[in-house]
Design a binder for this molecule. Structure first.
Ligand code: DGY
Length: 329
């Protein structure tokens, strides 16, 4: 009988699919990130598939514990920077991820909600109102800005980037994008305009990062890039924390080089500041809004992720190519 180990409880729909296939499924009993030694202990028992989360660091040593029985590692996330792909390639392991329309829509909606919240200063105004400070209407109270006719710059025109373009255009924003690859078909359909990274930084009022974390995208936004942005512009990161150089971001915000930030991911996640003993600046800033890596936390997205991951495992263990097999370089 094929055996699957799941490192944390995920929506039942995925577990059911695996069980219906006749697999023996064990879910980690802990309601937290599984510890390395716990995962090692479990994998030693022999599993055909490991169903893991982005919070599990899967390196060559972990893979070796599962071998030779282990065939597939199914990540319950679109991003797979938690898995050592070189190690997986050397060991001929199959790695899969969970892209889906539901995740794209959820993350794109989250980008828009961060943008709205910043533009209309919703969190500041909410805190003020709750604190009983509202004493009557004032013409200059929490002046924000309209999104209409503003320019949205998308860095990374993958599935989530494209879903974000559609939403921004629905709000009458001008959309420009930058990516390694120019997508002329999409440009025709959407009227989004391809620009250089420098132009995007210079022209955008809101910049959304929608790239995977790769060596080439680590610190894609750093001191130089923040200096190129408008002083009135906002940066939004729902991709991966290390895409932004956090220290450079804190400096740019402190010096007023940019207007604010909407963050769902953090460079030293789950820490909000990489260097918490020295500074908690991000948390103190009114022009920064933060969510705890929840851009894809909708029922629809989480269930789709569970279904997609289960399908990937079933395909791999049936000798078929999984629908979302990660390509090795
Ligand atoms: C992903 O899928 O990569 C998100 O960051 C978590 O759902």
């Amino acid at each position: 009988m094929k055996k699957v180990f799941v490192t944390r409880q995920i929506p039942d729909v995925g577990i059911k699919m695996l069980k219906q296939k006749g697999y023996q499924v064990k879910v980690s009993p802990y309601d937290r990130v599984i510890k390395k030694r716990e995962l090692v202990r479990e994998l030693k028992k022999g599993y055909d598939a490991l169903f893991c989360l982005l919070t599990d660091k899967i390196d060559g040593k972990i893979m070796d514990v599962g071998l030779p029985r282990l065939k597939v590692i199914a990540n319950y996330a679109v991003g797979f920077d938690n898995i050592d792909l070189n190690a997986a390639k050397e060991r001929k392991l199959i790695i899969t991820n969970t892209p889906s329309d539901q995740v794209n829509e959820s993350v794109a909606e989250h980008v828009i909600s961060l943008m709205f919240t910043l533009a209309h200063r919703v969190v500041e105004a909410d805190n003020f109102t709750r604190a009983g400070k509202y004493k009557g209407w004032q013409p200059d109270l929490f002046i924000g800005q309209n999104l209409m006719n503003k320019t949205m710059g998308i860095i990374g025109l993958g599935r989530i980037g494209k879903a974000t373009v559609r939403r921004a255009q629905g709000m009458d924003m001008t959309v420009i994008y930058h990516d390694l690859y120019r997508d002329r078909e999409f440009e025709k359909k959407s009227k989004a305009k391809f620009v250089s990274k420098a132009d995007l930084l210079k022209k955008s009022d809101f910049i959304s990062l929608n790239v995977p974390l790769l060596d080439s995208t680590r610190h894609l936004m750093s001191t130089k890039e923040f200096k190129q942005m408008k002083k009135t512009a906002f940066i939004i990161n729902t991709a991966r924390g290390p895409v932004v150089d956090e220290l450079a971001l804190v400096k740019a915000l402190t010096k007023g080089e940019i207007a604010g930030a909407g963050l769902d991911v953090y460079e030293c996640e789950p820490l909000i500041d990489c260097n918490p003993r020295d500074h908690y600046e991000l948390r103190k800033m009114n022009n920064v809004i933060m969510t705890p890596h929840t851009a894809s936390a909708t029922i629809e997205a989480r269930e789709a992720m569970a279904t997609v991951a289960a399908k990937n495992i079933i395909a791999a263990l049936s000798g078929r190519r999984p629908p979302n097999q990660v390509k090795f370089k």
